[in-house]
Ligand binder design. Structure first.
Ligand code: URA
Length: 197
């Protein structure tokens, strides 16, 4: 049995071989599959790579990534102890929002990625990631509220705990939202400590 890391590397190769979102791929520097520990109990799911992420090939390494690292440090975690990825794995040109068809195209691959990692908690960052798991969710109401989400794919049923949070980029320069995100972030640690994976 291959390691989780090997399985995720194969998934990245599969995305390239399947020519997922070929137009986005053609404009991006590289595929940004994810970063961190694929054996982690916790996975953060953002929207799509930005400029820095596209250049460095890792998610959340720009300004919002720095803020994410700070929040992780605030609850005693390092980036290397969690897994971080995005719904859409190529940078949308000009940092526009990912299109519905782009999110749909990457969804089966994200589900496979999550099945490989099999985390205890999925933390979604921003409304795009939240709505993939909780289509009717409203970020202003549902942030910080843990949900049990049941999803079916390839004949399998997945039951995941999803904690929707505001996106760090949205909260970075908005004092009230920033405090809400910091408060919500503190709900992560007890979920991990409650029992082991
Ligand atoms: N914003 C995201 O949603 N993802 C990244 O990787 C970087 C910024």
């Amino acid at each position: 049995m291959e390691s989780r890391k090997q399985q995720i590397d194969q998934l990245a190769e599969q995305i390239i071989a399947d020519e997922v979102c070929a137009e986005l791929a053609g404009q991006a520097t590289q595929l940004v599959i994810g970063d961190g520990d694929p054996g982690s109990q916790i996975v953060f799911v953002g929207e799509a790579p930005g400029k820095q992420e596209d250049l460095q090939g890792k998610p959340f390494v720009g300004a919002s990534g720095k803020f994410l690292d700070e929040m992780l440090a605030g609850i005693g975690l390092e980036r290397s102890q969690v897994y971080i990825t995005n719904i859409v794995k190529y940078r949308p040109p000009g940092n526009r929002d990912p299109l519905p068809e782009e999110k749909r195209a990457f969804w089966p691959y994200l589900m496979r990625q999550l099945a490989i990692i099999d985390p205890r908690v999925i933390v979604t960052l921003g409304r795009h990631a939240m709505n993939c798991f909780i289509p009717e969710g409203k970020i202003s109401q549902d942030h910080g509220r843990l949900r049990q989400v049941r999803l079916h794919r390839d004949g399998q049923t997945y039951l995941w705990q999803v904690l929707p949070l505001y996106h760090p980029a949205a909260a970075l320069y908005n004092g009230a939202m920033r405090q809400t995100l910091l408060d919500d972030f503190r709900k992560i640690k007890p979920l991990l400590d409650s029992n082991s994976k």
